[in-house]
Design a protein around this ligand. Structure first.
Ligand code: HEM
Length: 451
């Protein structure tokens, strides 16, 4: 019996040594052999690890090594490399049924290789054309802003939570450009769906366990695994999303006039029917659903408003740890070996946004840091990476900036916001959600109309 136990341990140890990546790897916690430790999904654990291991460190979860780059300069250099342009090939990124069946993510955010390249180029080209009709986009945003101001007026009687209509407003702007449709603020179906998607964010980590521990797929029966990891819920949400969008796709297919595209969905369907290249035929209809827009935005700038929007982005770091990348080849970073297949989290915005090298008194909220000595707005600077950096940089940056400018501008012009009398000041601490810094949803505001 003792001999058998010793043999098992010895075999496991040899396997461990064999599977252990070789070379001068970044330092980091060892974790339990074969299991490793949980990946760092919260900023505080990254800050602690940075102070212990330095600017580059590595964790291991199951079969996956994750390297964290906490230094802006190294991250910028790393993210411009083609070897780090891919997202990990995780099931987690295959949100739609069709993607799961093909084992490949569609759209842009999770896709890779020539598929991603074509999608990104397609959208950039079409969105640039959309940008030419700038007045259309401005018109849509301004109409949406007017509706939102009317909604906020209804909330001036007593302290109120931040209204959900703001989320629907943002959806409406994109959806009018993509599918020529806007939802009413009272639309319960879309509100319930959006709330559900928000809640799912908390559960992504469990769904992701199948990617970290692929062995689970072989040792646990599928229905049980799906239930335990919440995959069933994830699949149900993806089906609901599809059902919500399907009528738009059908209507667009029915009314499609190739000589007169009405919106992005029409443009996309035309490309698909033309089947311009092998890669376009790979385009799944689901990609339409994950479309994101880029438009060009040139309006009269209110310097302080622009600077404040930048400072909000810096201070809150909405996507504090960036989105995963994956090394498609062996590479070196600051003398360390990064083996092919390593997952890399290198856009640690929350850390560079609080780095004194780039921002004086980084904990202070101070919009003037984005205004130069001649009173001109500084749109970006070293250390600022709210929209990511490098090859996967946010496609919607200009669009998001335009929306934020009009919406925040209109709300501040029309209302004042404060904490209810006798209550604590409004907290800037984010909700505890993996890899996102959402504002706390349960705080009430006193909203006063300025007349
Ligand atoms: C304040 C709002 C926004 C913030 C803070 C933000 C931030 C980000 C970040 C950090 C990334 C990851 C970049 C990387 O992997 O290095 C990203 C990717 C992306 N964003 Fe945004 N984003 C915002 C709004 C938008 C909007 C409005 C759109 C679309 C209209 C959009 C479209 C995209 C797309 C398509 C990608 C994936 C790009 C790729 O993988 O090639 N984003 N965004």
């Amino acid at each position: 019996m003792i001999l058998e136990v010793c043999l098992i341990f010895l075999t496991l140890y040899v396997m461990f040594l064999y599977l252990k990546p070789k070379g001068n790897l970044p330092p980091g916690p060892m974790g339990i052999p074969f299991i490793g430790g949980a990946p760092y999904c919260f900023v505080d654990s990254c800050i602690k690890a940075k102070s212990k291991y330095g600017n580059i460190f590595m964790t291991k979860t199951g079969a996956t090594n994750i390297v964290y780059i906490c230094n802006y300069k190294t991250a910028k250099e790393a993210l411009s490399k083609l070897e780090l342009a891919d997202r990990p090939h995780w099931k987690l990124f295959n949100f739609f049924k069709e993607e799961r069946e093909k084992g490949r993510a569609g759209g842009i955010v999770g896709s890779n290789g020539s598929h991603w390249h074509h999608n990104r180029r397609f959208l950039l080209r079409h969105l640039r054309d959309l940008g030419m009709g700038k007045s259309k986009i401005e018109g849509i945003i301004l109409r949406e802003v007017e509706n939102l101001v009317e909604e906020f007026k209804k909330l001036t009687k007593e302290p109120s939570l931040f209204p959900f209509s703001a989320n629907i407003s943002i959806l409406n702007i994109i959806w009018q450009l993509v599918a020529s449709h806007r939802y009413n603020f009272e639309d319960e179906e879309v509100e319930n769906f959006m709330r559900k998607m928000g809640q799912l964010q908390n559960e992504f980590l469990f769904v992701g366990l199948q990617d970290f521990f692929p062995i689970l797929n072989y040792i646990i029966p599928k229905p049980i695994l799906k239930f335990i990891l919440g995959i069933t819920k994830f699949e149900k949400a993806s089906q609901e999303f599809y059902d919500l969008m399907k009528p738009f796709i059908n209507e667009h297919l029915k009314m499609l006039d190739p000589s007169n595209p009405r919106d992005l969905m029409d443009d996309y369907l035309i490309e698909m029917t033309e089947g311009k290249s092998e890669d376009y035929s790979h385009f799944s209809i689901t990609a339409v659903l994950t479309l994101k827009l880029k438009v060009y935005y040139r309006i009269y700038s209110l310097v302080y408003l622009d600077a404040t929007i930048n400072e909000v982005q810096r201070h809150c770091s909405l996507v504090p740890l960036g989105i995963f990348r994956c090394a498609t080849d062996d590479l070196k970073l600051e003398g360390y070996d990064i083996p092919k297949g390593t997952v890399v989290l290198s856009s640690l915005a929350a850390l560079s946004h609080r780095d004194r090298t780039y921002f004086k008194d980084p904990d202070e909220f101070d919009p003037s840091r984005f205004i130069d000595e001649n009173g001109k707005y500084i749109p970006t600077c070293d250390g600022f990476q709210a929209f990511g950096i490098g090859k996967r940089q946010c496609l919607g940056e200009q669009f998001a900036r335009m929306e934020l400018y009009f919406i925040i501008g209109a709300l501040l012009q029309n209302f004042t916001f404060s904490a209810p009398e006798g209550e604590n000041p409004i907290s800037l601490e984010p909700q505890r959600v993996p890899n996102m810094n959402y504002p706390k949803a349960d705080q009430k505001f006193v909203i006063k109309y300025r007349n």
